[in-house]
Ligand binder design. Structure first.
Ligand SMILES: *Cc1c(COP(=O)(O)O)cnc(C)c1O
Length: 372
């Protein structure tokens, strides 16, 4: 194919799922034929499989990743007036969950190299109101979970991992989504383990917490029409659970492919222009949910790549503290300069299972051409 005329989307979800079209269609038929669509065998099996995958004792499926975070905070009894330490550099869902339960998100700056929460800056943010530290394994890379858990232990705080982006990543040999007292993940279609709709899950090793999540997600009820607490409706569908069981079989393979693609970018782009490439913390692995590069010429590079047919995304253009939704907290530009610098310089380039060698070569060549 003529490299001048290539069109490469940032992400091609259709092709990712069409790789499994036969098995997904059979799965749909099985669920249809079962006549049972909410909280049945498919959810139960997937929960067991995802707990095994995560190397945690328990897993409960919920409606989406944001709910997984909200219900986790509720299970930890976080509420009005409590403080939760969150990364200043994250997707806004991490903050919204905290606000939703009436608590206050307290931002902690990231390390500029890893873009993940800086464990050395956590202690100074702890007050008598702090209840939880919420590390986010951003872009697919494990945060420095050992140091974070050590601070939490020292101050008697809970750890809630937001593991929506790092299914299968690990820190010092232990999987992400298994470090926290309780851990949330998302199966939004674009995540590494993506459903064909919304979905999420909570993993934990504590039976009492798992039980709380199970009751909360289903109207506060374990036994139908008997309500122990005021719960919500946040259930993972049978259909999505059945799809996820099939897709989970390919997650490790997909993550390996993502790592191979990342290795090629790392080699090819190492000395191009002022590009800063993803850097892993010592002991951390990444499943490259996102391959994010940084440059002072971000907007120009993005425009150039668009003209050349290459899709890119900015993760994320506005950090949560500067979002209109968080005006009430009174933060200004300059308050979290590292998060702001990342927002101003970052660009995510295509990296997904099924990205062809040819296509990646074209992306590399086009980026090199821009800086020449
Ligand atoms: C996607 C995501 C969420 C929310 O997941 P949804 O399923 O979209 O609600 C939360 N945190 C992070 C870091 C995410 O990337």
């Amino acid at each position: 194919m003529d490299r001048q005329s290539m069109k490469i989307p940032y992400l091609n979800l259709k092709d990712i799922n069409l790789r499994h079209q036969e098995v997904l269609k059979n799965t749909f038929n099985e669920v249809l034929d079962s006549g049972w669509y909410i909280l049945g065998k498919s959810v139960e099996s997937f929960e067991r499989e995802y707990a095994d995958f995560s190397e945690t004792k328990y897993c409960t499926g919920v409606a989406n990743g944001l709910d997984a975070l909200i219900l986790s905070l509720k299970a930890l009894e976080v509420g009005q007036g409590d403080e939760v330490l969150v990364p200043s550099n994250t997707y806004i869902a991490s903050w919204l969950a905290v606000s939703y339960v009436g608590a206050i998100p307290i931002p902690v700056e990231p390390r500029l190299d890893t873009c993940n929460i800086n464990p050395d800056l956590i202690e100074e943010k702890i007050t008598s109101k702090t209840k939880v530290i919420m590390p986010v394994n951003l872009y697919g890379q494990a945060a420095e979970l050992e140091a974070i858990c050590a601070v939490a232990q020292k101050y008697g705080l809970f750890v809630l991992e937001d593991n929506a982006q790092a299914q299968g990543a690990s820190y010092k040999g232990k999987l992400c989504g298994a470090w926290g007292d309780i851990n949330a993940t998302s199966f939004y279609p674009g995540k590494n383990l993506g459903a064909l709709g919304d979905g999420g899950a909570v993993t934990t090793n504590t039976e009492a917490l798992d039980r709380k999540i199970r009751v909360l997600r289903n109207y506060g009820s374990q036994k139908k029409y008997y309500n122990e607490i005021k719960g919500v409706n946040s259930r993972l569908d049978e259909l999505q659970a059945a799809f996820l069981s099939e897709k989970l079989k390919f997650l490790q393979q997909d993550n390996t492919e993502r790592n191979k693609l990342a290795d090629i970018y790392n080699q090819e782009l190492a000395t191009v222009g002022d590009l800063v490439l993803p850097q892993l913390a010592e002991g951390a692995t990444s499943v490259y949910h996102i391959y994010q590069i940084r440059t002072k010429q971000r907007n120009e590079l993005q425009n150039y790549l668009t003209q050349q047919g290459i899709g890119t995304v900015i993760h994320y253009p506005v950090p949560p503290h500067l979002q209109q939704a968080y005006q009430e907290l009174g933060y200004r530009k300059g308050d979290f300069p590292i998060a702001e610098e990342i927002a101003e310089t970052c660009l995510s380039i295509p990296l997904f299972p099924g990205l062809l060698e040819d296509e990646q070569a074209y992306i590399v060549q086009t980026i090199k051409k821009f800086f020449r």
